[in-house]
Design a protein around this ligand. Sequence first.
Ligand SMILES: *Cc1c(COP(=O)(O)O)cnc(C)c1O
Length: 387
Amino acid sequence: MSTLMNTYGTRTLTLTKGEGSRVWDDSGKSYLDAISGIAVCGLGHAHPALTKALSEQAATLLHVSNLYNIPQQQRLADLLIQVSGMEKVFFSNSGAEANEAAIKIARKYGNDRGVKNPSVIVMANSFHGRTLATLSATGNAKVQIGFEPLVEGFIRVPYDDVAAVKSAITEHKNIVAILVEPVQGEGGVRVPAADYLNQLRAIADQHELLLMLDEIQTGNGRTGTYFAYQHNGLLPDVVTTAKGLGNGMPMGACLARGKAAEVLQPGNHGTTFGGNPLACSAGIAVIETLLSSNLIARVKVLGDKLLADFKTALAGNPKVVDIRGKGLMIGIEMNAACPELVQKGRDLGILINVTAVNTIRLLPTFILTDAEADELVSKVVQLVNEF
Ligand SMILES: *Cc1c(COP(=O)(O)O)cnc(C)c1O
């Protein structure tokens, strides 16, 4: 009997080693990694820059707490500001915690302005995490059932529906923020209309709401720009990120700008581990590597190529409902539930994910070679054609 809580059911695959875009199991079988630890290992496995930064920092100083000045934290914050256009950073240990910081900013922003019961607009099909506030913000009953009472102060509208946001604001006088994913990840790789974020930006400006983007999955180069909002030429008031930021070191960040950047003051928020020297040394290595190797441009090229290749290879397959994506976030929606494709992929030597019941989700590394990209397409096309 396992002594682990049964949160993930029985897991049948044991991975023991990784290098580049490939991982190996305990029997020595290798797999092309098209999930990257759920959009985490954009730089792949055992990247030399990460290994060097982490081993040097581990041999020097792991942790001191936020009672002290941490130069690595300052350096990583400066880099994040440089790549984002935001102004201030709070470091956390996970995505959910980054969103908790964002939700606290929204509430205090509202309370400071005298709004009674300040509320945040959130979207159907969204995913924001598993803590009580973030599961309450999440638009998926499966995440919420059994954990009632939910945290109050969220008003839900359909995703990619600007009119619904406008009517929610007319109806509720206590709205202080909009929290939204630029592309919904867990929700099935949903890409909204090209000007959706621009329209939300205009609404937020008009009503003095905070536009808060959950870029936990879309950030750190995943969609072909450092943050996905950069495709829209705008700035949010708050943006959260995690996953790819540490390439496997658990860490997250909440970035803010303008009035949102001044909301949290000493005593309002904190964390023991967040932004510790080890985690930040990983974050620094990730951003420096992304910038110096021009990898984010490669993400766009690779993503466009994969999408085009899938559309060509799967054209006319009646079981394929839609093929969509942005950068290296790609979804292939099937006409029926397809969870068995995960195991079939393992048999073929590829790790994929199925989300929202019927959507194959691909989140490969940014360092895929052209040959690995072709291997990915041919294996996934085989899985789909045999479905
Ligand atoms: C993964 C994810 C989260 C939660 O991040 P954790 O690190 O698992 O807490 C929140 N929002 C989005 C969009 C995510 O993809």
